[in-house]
Design a protein around this ligand. Structure first.
Ligand code: NAD
Length: 267
């Protein structure tokens, strides 16, 4: 009897080792058959543990020949790494999709995917129901509203700049109302969800509201979908990541789930 073929090992590159990156590493290494190559600005004193190795830079990442790369760093890191990975035929699962508010970068990514057959995977991140939004948006009449609601403490500097600090202690204050690209351009660290929704629904059909609300208990995301196929509403009140309270803990899980699905037989 011949020996059974060894199970494949998926080689996953990871950019960023902050709140999301560390959770992604822990979750992915707990799955059998995954090896991690991590690009980070500082390697922890004890290293990363079994199954993971440090990669110095973009060149080292490409030389490591990953099957896919997870970006969990920043919009700037997305802009620096994603085009090179896609050009090399490596799919990328990205957290910092707010970077696509830059229409030129978005267009470049699309061209690279067309040319090489590689794919940018946009996970649901801090929200969900993206499949429902994309289905409803096949009808051009569909309109989607995304409302980001956070306590005033999450927007101290922005409220002060607008002279709204006092008003925001008394009731909800609108910091922004408009399209998803402008929202992500103004608040690149906070509006990835709006971009994720707009990518599914279409930028021309998506409007974004950013509210500072003293009654908000956490980072809440509301999505309203209205159109000929029905009206729906979704609300996500996420637990913060203990390492970065501005980040929803579910985001790392979403990146890992999207990566596992990407490698899996069921899409
Ligand atoms: N898609 C979503 O729904 C969603 C939700 C939350 C956060 N995010 C985004 O995910 C990203 C990571 O969030 P986080 O909470 O882990 O942030 P974090 O600040 O805790 O960690 C980011 C890490 O990436 C590193 N980094 C930044 N640029 C880098 C580069 N060029 N090369 C290597 N390392 C680099 C930083 O040093 C830091 O350690 C952010 O861009 C954030 O806006 C997306």
């Amino acid at each position: 009897m011949s020996a059974a073929a060894a199970d494949p090992v998926w080689r996953v590159g990871l950019i960023g080792y902050g709140a999301i990156g560390q959770s992604v590493a822990r979750l992915l290494l707990a799955q059998p058959g995954h090896a991690l190559g991590i690009v980070t600005r500082s390697v922890p004193a004890g290293g990363f543990g079994p199954g993971a190795e440090a990669l110095g830079d973009l060149e080292a990442l490409l030389d490591w020949r990953p099957d896919a790369v997870i970006e969990a760093a920043s919009a700037d890191a997305f802009a620096a790494f994603a085009p090179a990975c896609l050009a090399a035929g490596i799919d990328i699962v990205a957290a910092s999709v707010g970077a696509l508010q830059d229409a030129a970068l978005h267009e470049r990514i699309k061209c690279l995917c067309d040319r090489t057959g590689s794919r940018l995977v946009v996970p649901s991140g801090a929200v969900g129901g993206i499949d429902h939004i994309a289905a409803a948006a096949l009808r051009p009449e569909t309109r989607v509203t995304y409302i980001s609601r956070k306590p005033p403490a999450a927007w101290v500097a922005e409220l002060a700049t607008l002279g709204l600090s006092e008003a925001a202690q008394k009731g909800p204050v609108t910091l922004f109302e408009g399209d998803a690209r402008e929202a992500a351009a103004r608040y690149p660290k906070n509006l990835n969800a709006g971009l994720t929704i707009a990518l599914a629904a279409g930028f021309d059909r998506t409007s974004v509201q950013v509210l500072a609300d003293p009654a908000a208990t956490g980072n809440t995301h509301e999505i309203r979908i209205e159109g000929p196929l029905g009206d729906s509403a979704m609300r996500f009140c996420n637990a913060p990541d203990p390492a970065n309270p501005k980040t929803s803990a579910i985001t790392a899980y979403s990146l890992v789930a999207a990566t596992l699905r990407h490698f899996g037989t069921l899409q």
